[in-house]
Design a protein around this ligand. Structure first.
Ligand SMILES: [Zn+2]
Length: 479
């Protein structure tokens, strides 16, 4: 199948020079970009009579598909359940964990299906998902009919708190926590062997663990080493809040990234989710080790993680750390919309540091696309629009008030446009979202099922009741 989209108003390549083409054409052959360039040049190389379909690209703009570098697909039923005035640790231990302890395999499947529809509608074509509490096959089954690309895993932990949070039972804790690091790693290895490369390569499976207090030091280091042995990546939460850093300092004398690094757990196949509480020395350390960081702006704003007050994200980029953007779960961020993350990150640091050139729209677009692809170790195929790469892209309708008028497409994309002007999202050379619908699934049924299952899960977890803890002392001592 050969499709020629010609005379696009603009095309962001996000190549190494951040080339923006005006009056551009692109030839898609099966799942890849066969040609691309100024429309007159492509017209000289490609015979229109020799392609299967010609699309008129006038009044359309093209951008690489967004890469969500940190998401929890199986937690999508938790939208707007937890309050927004909690510290990260209280939020995780007393709200999120009890909720997820009551999530069934069926909940995970419908939650993942719902999350994928939101992502495709918002232009996300690839993601790094923390994974299932049961089996990565649940997320892969949800991915299958939609055509989306992504990485998932088996969300693992091995360090039980000395007391169980409200809403937990022993049985649930036994399911949530592996008895030790070796047992967890054996299960994660089996998952990678079973699922990595599924869906004709659209799905990958990594050695994912929850990270921070619910995981032992041995599991952090073991996950990175196992991933290296298997030729895949790993991701875990670390340095997610100042409270976590202070608890770590009290217990071990150092902040979280230094602690894990001293044991050999910070390497180039690692994506650290959040990385909010990081010292200047740790920024240099991350660059030296080649590790990546997934910054989740909406999650930071909702939970008050301090990205603008203590975050070192611009410094990470300057030091050469791969910095992607993530949405986190919908409970933490409220949405799975990478365009919102892009807007926030393009303004947050300028404003916080009173320095308009510190992290620009150009940096934000790179973080949402090619830098995310580098973090996910998939930049050989995705993250930019270049000949030979996979045809994963977004089309914007420029006859839309958000794009009327505009001069510089980059300024309009980041500061003016929203997902409302996305008309199509393509993955692997095929439309996955077009004509107002996610192709391959019944979105009305997904939303109906999600409403029904979410209401039941909230009740089972007791989160509709009064008196759920809003502070925490879990993991403060011992362990
Ligand atoms: Zn997360």
């Amino acid at each position: 199948m050969r499709t020629l989209i010609k005379d696009l108003d603009f095309l962001f390549t996000v190549d190494k020079n951040d080339t923006v083409l005006r009056q551009a054409s692109i030839l898609i052959e099966d799942d890849r970009i066969a040609d691309l360039g100024p429309a007159d040049e492509v017209a000289g190389r490609v015979d229109e009579n020799n392609v299967d379909k010609v699309v008129d690209g006038r009044m359309l703009g093209m951008c690489p598909g967004f890469v969500d570098s940190h998401v929890h697909l199986s937690e999508t039923l938790s939208r707007a359940v937890f309050p927004d005035n909690l510290t990260t640790r209280a939020w995780v231990f007393h709200w999120a964990k009890p909720f997820y302890a009551h999530i069934t395999e069926e909940d995970e499947f419908w939650g993942a299906s719902l999350g994928i529809t939101e992502m495709l509608r918002c232009g996300t074509t690839c993601f790094l998902d923390m994974g299932s509490q049961y089996d990565p096959g649940i997320v892969i089954k949800a991915m299958e009919p939609t055509g989306i690309r992504g990485i998932t895993g088996r969300h693992a932990a091995d360090n039980r708190p000395s007391e169980l949070p409200r809403g937990w039972t022993e049985e649930m804790a036994d399911h949530h926590f592996f008895p030790d690091a070796q047992t967890a790693l054996a299960e994660l290895e089996a998952c990678v062997e079973k699922y990595n490369g599924a869906l004709d390569g659209r799905a990958r499976c990594w050695v994912n663990i929850e990270g921070k207090e619910p995981c032992s030091l041995e599991l952090h280091v073991g996950a990175v080493a196992l991933a290296e042995k298997l030729g895949v990546g790993t991701t875990y939460h670390l340095a997610t809040s100042i409270e976590e850093a202070k608890v770590c300092e009290n217990k071990y004398g150092v902040w979280p990234i230094t602690r894990i690094d001293q044991a050999g757990g910070i390497r180039k196949n690692l994506v650290i989710a959040h990385g909010s509480a990081v010292t200047d020395e740790e920024v240099a350390l991350l660059a030296d080790r080649g590790a990546a960081v997934a910054f989740c702006p909406c999650s930071s704003l909702k939970l008050g993680k301090g990205a603008s007050a203590i975050g070192k994200y611009p410094e990470m980029v300057q030091a050469g750390v791969k910095l992607g953007l993530g949405t986190d779960g919908v409970s933490a961020a409220g949405n799975m919309n990478l365009m919102r993350q892009m807007l926030i990150v393009a303004g947050l640091f300028k404003d916080a540091r009173v320095q308009p050139d510190i992290f620009t729209a150009r940096d934000a677009l790179r973080a949402a696309t090619i830098e995310g692809a580098r973090a996910l170790m998939w930049d050989d195929e995705i993250g930019s629009l270049e000949i030979g790469k996979k045809a994963d892209f977004i089309l914007f309708d420029l006859d839309h008030v958000e794009w009327t008028p505009f001069h510089d497409p980059l300024q309009a994309l980041v500061f003016s446009a929203s997902t409302a002007s996305i008309t199509q999202t393509w993955v692997n050379g095929k439309p996955a979202y077009a004509d107002g619908k996610v192709i391959g699934v019944d979105e009305t049924e997904i939303r109906r099922k999600a409403r029904e299952l979410a209401a039941e899960a909230v009740k089972r977890a007791g989160l509709h009741e009064e008196g759920v803890e809003v502070t925490t002392t879990l993991y403060d001592e011992g362990n």
